[in-house]
Design a protein. Structure first.
Length: 315
């Protein structure tokens, strides 16, 4: 019997989806891809496949999970299995460079960015880069490697003191620092390639912005966790009523062209009203407190979409 197969490496992030599928009585199977084998000479099972692999998998001890997922999706697609968030989507998930170049094709503004490999080239690039700037990892997620610098010498001292965490793929990004007047960013959620809602995220406590309730970076809890400090004047995550933006149509075209069915796209607006898109998350999570207050449930909508797709399969 055909099933929905969930490809991932983080049980905590997947629990809400599995619960929603169970509630809908949809046959499904969990494929945790931290390690495993790919039987290339055998046919994959019948069903549909939802790729939730994360660029931050290495931060949970799953260094080669994206590479294994790449092999699995190649295998699935060679047998014409339907993969939601397909091989192209995975390529964008693990590379900010690939994301930015793809976004530009749809006239979506992104921050000025330089990709660098090597400590000396990084320092040299910083000397000619507009200030202030930030560093970030090319393969990242959850704000890994993000630091702000007001001048190149500050970066130089950080590098020499071995205080700059290297990107797992070796590619470090120098990026234009964009200041939000109200210390917030906006995350637009898409299901089935279509806009669902936008959530305002308070960045006062930093940029580890994973919306999931269970989210940890080393010994520091993600700001969405209840034990984390919060801004007393507003919630960390808040769904925006009647959000509209000319970027939504561009985002939907971008997603369709790049094999992305489910995504959270993050943007920031500066004091001049200019909006920049800086991250595409293809393993999107949803904040339960914000959704409960707004009466919208992303994972339930994902489960409904997958159920509808499974029902179209004829074996």
């Amino acid at each position: 019997m055909p099933k929905i197969y969930i490809l991932h490496e983080n049980d905590e992030w997947t629990k809400p989806l599995l619960a929603a599928l169970k509630e809908l009585n949809v046959p499904h199977e969990d494929w945790h891809l931290h390690e495993g084998t790919v039987p290339l000479d055998e046919k994959p099972p019948e069903g549909i496949f939802y790729n939730r692999m994360s660029a931050s998998s290495h931060s949970r001890g799953h260094r080669y999970a994206p590479e294994l997922t790449d092999a699995v999706i190649n295998w699935l697609e060679s047998y014409d299995r339907k993969v939601f968030n397909n091989l192209r989507a995975l390529q964008l998930e693990v590379s900010k460079v690939a994301q930015y170049e793809a976004l530009k094709q749809f006239d979506i503004p992104v921050p000025t960015t330089t990709a660098v490999v090597g400590e000396n080239p990084l320092i040299q690039a910083a000397e000619n880069f507009q200030t202030p700037f930030i560093t970030k990892h090319n393969r990242a997620g959850k704000g890994l490697g993000v630091q702000r610098f007001d001048h190149a010498d500050a970066l130089k001292n950080t590098v020499f003191n071995e205080q700059l965490e290297p990107s797992v793929d070796g590619i470090m990004l120098l990026q234009q620092y964009i200041s939000s007047p109200d210390n917030s960013i906006t995350r637009c959620e898409f299901i089935g390639g279509k806009f669902l809602y936008a959530v305002r995220v308070d960045t006062s406590d930093g940029f580890e912005l994973c919306p999931a309730e269970a989210c940890e970076i080393g010994d520091q809890f993600c700001p969405t966790d209840r034990s984390s400090p919060v801004n007393n004047t507003r919630p960390k995550f808040e769904i925006i009523d009647d959000f509209s933006s000319p970027l939504i149509e561009k985002y939907e075209k971008f997603l369709a062209a790049n094999g992305i069915t489910f995504a959270g796209i993050e943007q920031i607006t500066d004091s001049q009203g200019r909006t920049y898109t800086y991250d595409v998350n293809t393993n999107t999570n949803y904040n339960p407190q914000a959704e409960e207050k707004a009466g919208i449930h992303g994972m339930k909508e994902v489960a409904k979409f997958l159920k509808g797709q499974l029902e179209t399969i004829q074996v």
